[in-house]
Structures are given as C-alpha cells and as structure tokens.
Design a protein around this ligand. Structure first.
Ligand code: ATP
Ligand code: MG
Length: 324
C-alpha cells in the first residue's frame, strides 16, 4: 500500500532508506543490472535483500552507500540524497561486506584503533573502543595477530566491528552478505549482533542468499530478480502470497515424475518427489490428488507442510530449478 512518502520522495522521515526507480547498467553492450528498483526501509527495522549470485544486491548497496552512482533514479539514506548529500550519507551509515576495507597487514586491534581515531576519538578513547569491539566480536585472543592470518569468520567479525568504531554508532547499516562463508556458530553470533543493532534503534539493510537468514532476522524481505523487486513483505506475507502449503508427492515412476514436474514448485529427482502448491484444505488436497492420479497408481505417498521461503523464492523469481 503506498504511503504518502511513496508518492513524495522528499518526505523521508519515516524511512531509513528509500529508493525510486534505480537503474544501473555495466559493460558494452550495456547489461542492465538494476532495472527500476524501488525500495523502502523503515527506520529501526531489519530489511533483507534476497537474491541469487549476480542479482544486483551489491550494486544496490553500493549505490545506497554512495560508492557508485545509479544511471537513473533517486535514493535517500537517513534522509539525505545519495548524490547531492553524499557526505551526510557517509556520516550516517556503516558499510561492511564483500568490499570491506580493513588493512591485511595490520593486526585486528590496530585496524580498529586506527578507524576509531579516524572517526575523531582521542587515542585513549580509541583504544577503549577497540577493546570493547574486540570483546563484543570475540576477537580478543586474535587482537594482536595480523589480519592476513584470520579465518574467514574472524575476518567477517572484524569487518563488522570496523563499521562500529564511530561514536555515536551510525544509524543505518549496510551488511552485504554478512554471514557468507561463516560456520553455523559464527553465523548465529552475527545474527545476534544484528538483532542488537536493531534493538538499539539502528536500521539494517542486509543482503543474503540464505532464505533462512532472511526469515530469522528480517522484519521485511525483498526478493531481487532481474534488477527489480519481484516481491516484498514480511516472511509470513511472502509465504502467504505463494500458497499456504506444499503437498509433496512421491511418484511411483520417473515417467510420472517428468510429466508433473512442470507444475511443481519443489523438485527432488533422486527421490521422485515433487512439491505442489495448495491451500492445505482437505478439499483442495483431495481434488489435487484425484486430478493428478485418477487411477490411484502414480502417487506412492504424500506429505503436507507449510510453504517455506524457498518455495516463495522459486515461485516468484525466474530461478528455474533443475528437475531432471
Ligand atoms: N563494476 C562492474 N563492472 C561490470 N560489471 C559489473 C560490475 N559490478 C557488477 N557487475 C555485474 O553486475 C551484475 C550484478 O552484480 P552484483 O555484484 O550486484 O550482484 P550480487 O547480487 O551482489 O551477486 P553476489 O551474490 O554474487 O554477490 C553481475 O552480472 C556483475 O557481473
Ligand atoms: Mg554481492
């Protein structure tokens, strides 16, 4: 539902981030990466931008964080225009992720202290801030090692800590795939950090390829596909838009599997299982089974379960699953 500020891009008070009609092309001939992207992130919320490799997530974040400019369209972050008020935007945001800027040849502690100094803290305050962040991100033991020796998970935690060296902490956080490559424990820890940030009133835009991450963390989720938002809403909204439930059928033959594969939103060729959308009512399930298998010979077993975000993603984007 359009809010007043959706019609008036300058009325940005309730939004941490708002973008209208962003386009961006790369290469010759130009390939369109963003194709009229609209986005609104409410203040104090966690917003997940979800998309497969190459969907344009990083490009979108880079435009919003003023590292590159859109070919057309406008965006405001923390109430400031990303082109006309670039410095104000930069002061209001923290950016970590695929392009983080820690110095590999320095230790974790040196990096944090240097960044804290750059944000204007005194030497003593910077040292204190670095210690706090090293503790918060479980890096105290690695504090005196050069970053080049860090594991991927440690490196990612340092990237995040580096974005928090300023005081006061920035109000808008861009986290580009913050948990890619992390082990499950480190991922949970980062989720906790993101929740803490949101709990303090910060707004967070994170990109992820993990549906589970978006489901667990985000107040709202947008599915990015072909440079546009293919669907947006809460996890529950999105699940509800596709079909409340999925009927998984185990077929008795490969022929039956192939015949029905085009209708399915979930495919598992090894087990001859196909998932079909349904509202979950007995009437619909019964009608579906009867329609698919009138003779009662093609379906071996079935299970019914609530739709997952994976189902939503496959149904609402052009990602075609391999079914044979
Ligand atoms: N500076 C650039 N020059 C040329 N092409 C680019 C540039 N940056 C991005 N692209 C292309 O734009 C497309 C989108 O890239 P982008 O990095 O935004 O995707 P992404 O969703 O972040 O992907 P990933 O999940 O792999 O990080 C890709 O096809 C990429 O090759
Ligand atoms: Mg990316």
């Amino acid at each position: 539902m359009p809010s007043p500020s959706a019609q008036n891009p300058s009325a940005g008070d309730s939004y941490a981030i708002e973008a209208y009609g962003l386009t961006k092309s790369y290469g010759k001939p130009p390939a369109r990466v963003l194709d009229g992207l609209d986005l609104r992130v409410e203040r104090g919320s966690v917003f997940a931008l979800l998309g497969p490799n190459g969907a344009g997530k990083t490009t979108c974040v880079r435009i919003l964080a003023t590292l590159t400019t859109a070919d057309s369209g406008t965006a405001r972050v923390a109430g400031h225009d990303v082109v006309a008020e670039r410095s104000a935007v930069r002061r209001a945001i923290s950016l970590t992720g695929q392009f983080a800027a820690v110095d590999e040849t320095q230790t974790g502690e040196e990096n944090l202290r240097m960044m804290a100094r750059l944000t204007g803290l005194s030497r003593t305050a910077a040292r204190r801030r670095a210690q706090e962040l090293l503790e918060r991100f479980d890096l105290t033991r690695a504090a005196r090692r050069t970053v080049s020796t860090y594991s991927g998970g440690m490196r990612r935690r340092l990237d995040l800590a580096a974005g928090l060296t300023g005081s006061p902490e920035p109000g808008v956080f861009f986290l580009d795939e913050p948990t890619t490559g992390l082990d499950p424990r480190s991922r949970q820890e980062l989720w906790q950090v993101v929740r803490e940030l949101a709990g303090r009133g910060a707004s967070v835009l994170l990109t992820t390829q993990y549906l589970e991450e978006a489901d667990r963390l985000a107040d709202r989720i947008a599915l990015l596909d072909k440079g546009r938002i293919a669907a947006e809403g809460t996890a529950a909204d999105l699940k509800g838009r596709v079909a409340g439930h999925r009927l998984d059928l185990v077929l008795t033959s490969r022929e039956g599997y192939l015949r029905l594969a085009g209708r399915a939103v979930h495919h598992s060729p090894e087990t001859l299982t196909l998932g079909l959308p349904t509202d979950g009512s007995a009437a619909h399930v019964r009608a579906l089974l009867h329609e698919i298998d009138p003779a009662g010979t093609e379906i071996d077993r079935f299970t019914l379960h609530s739709a997952t975000l994976d189902d939503v993603f496959l149904a609402l984007t052009s990602e075609v699953p391999a079914h044979v």
